[in-house]
Design a protein around this ligand. Structure first.
Ligand code: MG
Length: 199
């Protein structure tokens, strides 16, 4: 099968690393550093002005992307999946941001992430893009994702395996399979692949 895989908060612990740097930046500038985890976006989770959050991300994102770690078993499960399936990484990381594409490629190499293709966001929105068009173009049959709007959009077309977070917990739609660990991703994909070959 052709599987789409998001990167941030799917392969990686991105929010933890963002909050680590947000604490340093916030303390330096007298901003709130206690996040509300039910919000996805930094300005909402911390109550920062949007332009302050943008400035923070402009400065810190390359370091954040460089220093984050893969989730437990992500590397191993992706290697196993790649033996039987095609894995296309589809991320809202924007290739127009300085360093982002290069830092991402280096990080994937450093951790030995197994994948067949990488598609970055090339839209004017720095932090989000609709992935449905790209998934259709690529012939994606399953997506692994955490972003609430993307889950809703993609689940209308094919199964979406969702990494559980407070900000996506309100979603309970058909085609949505919630997981908390990469081992569950593997089990779920095996089930979906078996179901598909039985048709
Ligand atoms: Mg994500």
């Amino acid at each position: 099968m052709k599987i789409g895989v998001d990167i941030d908060n799917t392969i990686t612990h991105t929010t933890e690393m963002i909050m680590h740097y947000a604490r340093i930046f916030g303390e330096k500038h007298g901003l709130n550093t206690v996040a509300d985890p039910s919000y996805y976006y930094l300005e909402d989770a911390l109550g920062w002005e949007r332009d302050i959050a943008e400035h923070f991300l402009d400065v810190y994102l390359p370091d954040i992307y460089r220093e984050m770690r893969p989730k437990d078993q992500a590397v191993e499960v992706m290697r196993q999946l790649k033996d039987e399936h095609e894995l296309v990484l589809i991320t809202s990381r924007n290739q127009k941001f300085p360093e982002v594409e290069q830092v991402t490629l280096e990080w994937l190499e450093r951790y030995g992430i197994a994948y067949d293709g990488l598609i970055l966001n090339a839209t004017p929105n720095k932090h989000f893009f609709s992935k449905l068009g790209v998934c259709k173009e690529q012939g994606i049959e399953i997506m692994i994702e955490d972003h609430h709007d993307l889950i809703m959009e993609l689940a209308q077309a094919f199964p979406v395996i969702v990494f559980d977070y407070p900000y996506n917990r309100h979603i309970n739609a058909q085609n949505v399979y919630r997981v908390t660990h990469w081992q569950e991703v593997l089990e779920r994909i095996n089930q979906l692949a078996a179901k598909r070959s039985a048709i």
